[in-house]
Write a protein that binds this ligand. Structure first.
Ligand SMILES: [Zn+2]
Length: 151
């Protein structure tokens, strides 16, 4: 007898899910300052109008590319945005240079786009996408808890 498919949610869990699906307030997806740390090679930092601060490395951003091709690839491999590609175990370790954009530019008032040195440039990173993928401790805490807990 299998109980698969039956899933009871605690009030905390459904509250959390509601929060994940909830529309973010405008001040949470409006950047006050956007810093692309190109020369340092460090990544992207955004200070949001609501006071929150987010930062992502270029490697993370490259692995979170929101273009259709990369989205499909991640879905097929079961990777979350920002999760590096799994390397086949039978391959000799190869040096992969860290991801870095040659340039970055704003797309309208809602997104940023990177021209990666590997030639890829299709991904348009909307402010909302980035805010939902904030990697700070506060934002990743609930995530780690829900995906890591055995049912
Ligand atoms: Zn892509």
């Amino acid at each position: 007898m299998s109980h698969e498919g039956i899933r009871l949610m605690t009030p905390e869990e459904s509250a959390r899910q509601e929060q994940a699906e909830r529309q973010l307030p405008r001040i949470a997806v409006t950047p006050e300052k956007v810093r692309v740390l190109l020369t340092e090679g460090r990544g992207l930092e955004i200070d949001w109008v609501d006071g929150h601060k987010s930062a992502w490395t270029f490697n993370w951003l490259r692995d979170a590319c929101p273009c259709a091709t990369c989205n499909d690839e991640r879905r097929q491999e079961g990777r979350k945005p920002g999760e590096p590609k799994k390397k086949p175990a039978d391959l000799l370790p190869m040096y992969t240079p860290p991801a870095k954009p040659a340039t970055a530019h704003a797309v309208g008032r809602y997104a940023i786009q990177f021209n990666w040195l590997d030639g890829h440039s299709g991904g348009i990173y909307s402010w909302e996408y980035l805010r939902r993928q904030c990697q700070c401790q506060e934002c990743t805490f609930t995530d780690a808890e829900t995906s890591g807990a055995p049912n």
